[in-house]
Ligand binder design. Sequence first.
Ligand code: GN1
Ligand code: MG
Length: 376
Amino acid sequence: MARLSYAQIQLITNIVNQFEIDEGTIDIIELFGAGRINQTFKITLRNGEKRIEYLLQNVNHFVFPNTKELMENLTMVTEYIRQHGGRSVQYIKCKKTTKMINGPYIYIDNTMNHRHWRMYNYIDADVYPCIINPHHAYKLGEAIASFYKSLDGFDTHQLRDTIPDFHNTPKRFEALAVSGLLDSVNDVNRMADVKEEIKFVVERRDKLGIIMDALEKGEIPYRVCHNDPKLSNVLFDKQKNTPICMIDLDTIMPGSCLFDVGDAIRSIANMASEDDKTTENVSLSVELYEEFVKGYLDGMGDKLIDKEKKLIPMAVWVITMELGIRFLKDHIDRNVYFKIERDGENLERARIQFALAKDIERKIQEGKLNKILDVH
Ligand code: GN1
Ligand code: MG
């Protein structure tokens, strides 16, 4: 991980000082986490023998244009969870002397980019960056179910869409088509590179709306969804190894729980990594899929309706296609959304997702993803 320069340290120190924390002096500042969107720093304060740790985050306001509404969502949800006996991160208000343009929880800095910052307490916990054994898949299923339970009774209407149409897969397809059209005028070579991938998506466009349609027709319910349910977004108790809470709550919005189920499976059950350079290792592990589903069904009990259960295999496919489409669009748009280290990375990421989608199609056809579901 890159080390910070003294100039950066001074900048961060100044930002930390805009928040209402006064339990000690800043002792350590380090880069933290590996998100594709926001940038996170861990801040350690020292007061004699006591250490207090926080996370400071630069919220990507290209991705989240309305950080005021974003923080309203997050504070509502985290307060609800705490009031109902659960644990969650707690956001820190800015000092009264700080100019607050976007509500009490966001500080906008004075640099050219006017970056948006927020701070919250650091919870000391176990975090698994990747699956080590099938039991982790089971535990993730259980953790996501327990997140849903902790928000039981929360009125979804209170939440704003922080990213409108985030999992509206047909709209993601339309956005890809628009980027493609614009770019074919400007950059013929870039479009030539993605011809195969565009064809792959177009051939499958009719099935992309299967979850959105069920939701809009009222066949499956709206619930409070996390929308980024990867294993590394769950904190586990260091002693008991039980889930404490889910983090990275920026995309909490109303939607189908199938978005979360699909995305969680997509992210953990691929034998290849999301950032592999070739597709040779891509394959959906049926074992990890089944373990996750077991954990999720055990955790949800009778909360899940039959139609939701039935759609689980297709949800994994839809969300995989959707992320492929998003990576592909970002490649065509010259990487304005997902962080990259070199051009071409987003195209490689899209290819991984499409290869996975193809493997899922095969496994659905062979009936391999239905065995665990007990639905016909
Ligand atoms: C982004 O930043 P990160 O890694 O938590 C993205 C998710 C994708 C994920 C793919 C707000 O999440 O939707 O599934 O990358 N988050 C947003 O790795 O777009
Ligand atoms: Mg995220």
